[in-house]
Design a protein around this ligand. Structure first.
Ligand code: CP
Ligand code: NVA
Length: 315
């Protein structure tokens, strides 16, 4: 229970993976593993009695919202779910004022929104930790659960070859930086024009220089899949990009995870997807529910990883 008592991360925001040191990310992974084990054994782990979190969602969510709400409840606290259109945010109340007010009621704020600058602004005026539940450019909570899932299966992260296929968007960007921090061998195959953003590439390069990770961006899905330990994908049309659907579907043809790419990957390789999936596009329902899928463990691990995150920053 080494990490259950640590106070080192108390009060910290979790806005982007790049902000946390490798050891801090590992502390969250270790605690996530411990909390998963305690829950499985039916052992109480009420690390946050009487604490509360506000959950502001400006975009749809199934996994993130439910795992945070259930997670805070299992830790002995309460979640207050806020749909942005039912608050004064929708009527022009500023993020600054919202941060100042919520900080007087709750012990942490979880926010899902479009522009990353919204998260930065909220955090700059909040006196309680702010946890990023997805923006247009990042999804750090997803990345935490993803590396937890990979470590759970392989027993290590260093040197594991993680291949991402498809859109180098928010999920890919955070995963790439996490992989870079944790010494993995990351390769993404993205169609030209859909590579990860410059800032994420720079963050990953800086982290890789310290950890010894390798980061590669290519356009050929077969090159990425070859000898991979993990094949990971995300939707081709993210929330807010619905108007680009036709051009995106055309651009991503050939980037689906299929039996052929699985064949090229290592014999033990498994597939991951942050979900929700669009079957028939980036992955098939058969593969997502098949024997080589880690997708449902991955979704479950959102709960354990975020419980660890809350416990570390709120205690
Ligand atoms: N993967 C993920 O963040 O799922 P939700 O959009 O359902 O929260
Ligand atoms: N890239 C997707 C991830 C959903 C969890 C989106 O932003 O819609």
């Amino acid at each position: 229970m080494t990490h259950l008592t640590t106070k080192a991360l108390k009060g910290r925001h979790f806005l982007r993976v790049a902000d946390w040191k490798p050891d801090e990310l590992k502390a969250a992974l270790d605690l996530g593993d411990e909390l998963k084990m305690l829950l499985a054994r039916g052992r109480p782990h009420r690390l946050l009695p009487g604490r509360s979190i506000a959950l502001i969602f400006k975009k749809a969510s199934t996994r993130t919202r439910v795992s945070f709400e259930v997670g805070i409840c299992q830790l002995g606290g309460t979640g207050v779910s806020i749909t942005a259109e039912h608050t004064h945010l929708a009527r022009g109340e500023t993020l600054k004022d919202t941060a100042c007010v919520l900080s007087r009621y709750v012990d942490a704020i979880v926010i899902r929104t479009g522009p990353h600058s919204d998260v930065d602004e909220l955090a700059s005026y909040s006196s309680v930790p702010v946890l990023n539940a997805l923006t247009d450019s990042s999804h750090p909570c997803q990345a935490l659960a993803d590396v937890m899932t990979i470590r759970e299966r392989y027993g290590r992260l260093e040197g594991v070859r993680l291949a991402f296929l498809g859109d180098g968007n928010n999920v890919c960007a955070s995963l790439m930086v996490a992989a870079a921090k944790l010494g993995m061998s990351f390769i993404a195959a993205c169609p030209p024009g859909y590579e990860p953003a410059k800032q994420a590439l720079a963050d990953a390069a800086e982290a890789a220089a310290e950890s010894g990770a390798t980061i590669e961006i290519v356009s050929d899905p077969e090159q990425a899949a070859a000898a991979a330990d993990v094949l990971y994908t995300d939707v081709w049309v993210s929330m807010g990009e619905e108007d680009e659907r036709d051009e995106r579907l055309a651009a991503f043809q050939g980037y689906s995870i299929n039996e052929h790419l699985l064949e090229l990957a290592g014999p033990e390789a498994f597939v991951m997807h942050c979900l929700p999936a669009h079957y028939g596009e980036e992955i098939s329902e058969e593969i997502a529910h098949g024997p080589r899928s880690a997708i449902w463990d991955q979704a479950e691990n959102r709960l354990h990883a975020q419980k660890a995150l809350m416990a570390l920053v709120m205690r």
